[in-house]
Design a binder for this molecule. Structure first.
Ligand SMILES: C[S@@+](CC[C@H](N)C(=O)[O-])C[C@H]1O[C@@H](n2cnc3c(N)ncnc32)[C@H](O)[C@@H]1O
Length: 307
């Protein structure tokens, strides 16, 4: 293996003076790992596949294939940005897979996280009949990830997706078009429920910004490349969750479901908010790491909503 700081195209080729796919992957995995990047091998594979214009699994078939100078140049530029600037892989390759959909992402949207699939699963539990028509609202849609996953699983649902960010809504709309779901979706700009004040929904989902300002110093450097408005929400992270839970009853039809993603440390506070808002069937759902990640509830009648 060559010295980590040296360039993969010019030093220590592993097979007879030629950089193969496997040699580049090994070198780059070591290089990224030494710079503190978690999941270095996966990152190296994603970036090399992108530079070569192939699917990641194709690399395993092409392990012994030589990589040309031009391809190595493109790869090296990506590796530099990953290791040096700590740009997330999703932004470097322009895609992030969510619910088996490779969604388009830019620095205008949060790259959807694996734990947010817990929110989708909880939301689908609240709409148990796949063929039943339903009105769904996704507040803070970002790339459109949650809205698109629900649209895919509930083919008769019509979905309203809102966001404060016009740039995010453009990406979400593009994703809806690319995955053939734009006809059942509409995209509205505004804060929380402001764009849908007079409407009622059978399901409201949201993954709002919920990081506490107090944690800012300790977050991964990659977060500096994602939109601030998607991440932080006041000193305790509850600045959006508070009004979201407080106001959701006004847009829920009778018996409608509500599911919201949270930080595991907020489970008590958000459960109490749901109780105060008069919601019923309040449940916490754990993500694959075993942490409480989603609170779901149902509208249990009362004066706020009307069908
Ligand atoms: C954590 S991101 C979630 C994005 C996407 N739903 C996902 O799960 O990947 C939060 C989103 O909420 C949006 N947002 C922030 N404040 C908002 C507000 N007051 N009203 C509506 N959307 C808001 C941000 O622009 C961002 O797209």
């Amino acid at each position: 293996m060559s010295a980590p700081g040296s360039e993969p195209s010019r030093s220590s080729p592993e097979r007879g003076g030629v950089w193969t796919v496997l040699a580049l992957l090994r070198w780059t995995t070591g290089y990224l790992a030494e710079r503190g990047i978690e999941g270095a091998r996966l990152d190296a594979e994603c970036l090399l596949a992108h530079a070569l214009g192939v699917e990641r699994l194709r690399l395993y078939i092409d392990f012994d294939k030589p990589v040309s100078g031009a391809e190595r140049d493109a790869f090296r530029a990506l590796v530099r940005r990953r290791a040096g600037e700590r740009v997330p892989v999703a932004q470097l390759v322009g895609r992030k897979e969510f619910w088996s959909m490779p969604l388009r992402v830019t620095r205008d949207v949060l790259a959807p996280r694996p734990e947010t699939e817990t929110l989708v699963a909880a939301a689908l539990d609240l709409l148990p009949e796949p063929e039943r028509p339903a009105r769904v609202l996704d507040v803070g849609t970002g790339s459109g990830a949650v809205a698109l996953a629900i649209a895919q699983e509930r083919p008769r649902a019509v979905i309203t997706a809102t966001d404060l960010s016009q740039e995010a809504l453009i990406i979400a709309q593009q994703n809806a078009e690319e995955f053939g779901m734009a006809e059942r979706m509409r995209f509205l700009r505004g804060s929380l429920f402001e764009p849908v004040r007079s409407e009622r929904f059978d399901l409201v989902v949201s993954n709002p910004p919920y990081l506490a300002e107090s944690t800012r110093a300790g977050v991964a450097p990659e977060l500096a490349h994602e939109p601030e408005v998607a991440l932080f929400a006041g000193p305790d992270g509850l600045a959006l969750l508070g009004p979201l839970v407080d106001q959701v009853g006004a847009v829920l039809s009778h018996g409608a479901g509500f599911a919201v993603e949270i930080d595991p440390g907020q489970v008590g506070a958000v459960t109490a908010m749901c109780e105060r808002a008069g919601l019923g069937e309040i449940r916490a759902h754990r993500d694959l790491a075993g942490r409480a990640r989603v609170i779901s509830a149902r509208h249990s009648g009362g004066p706020a909503a009307a069908d």
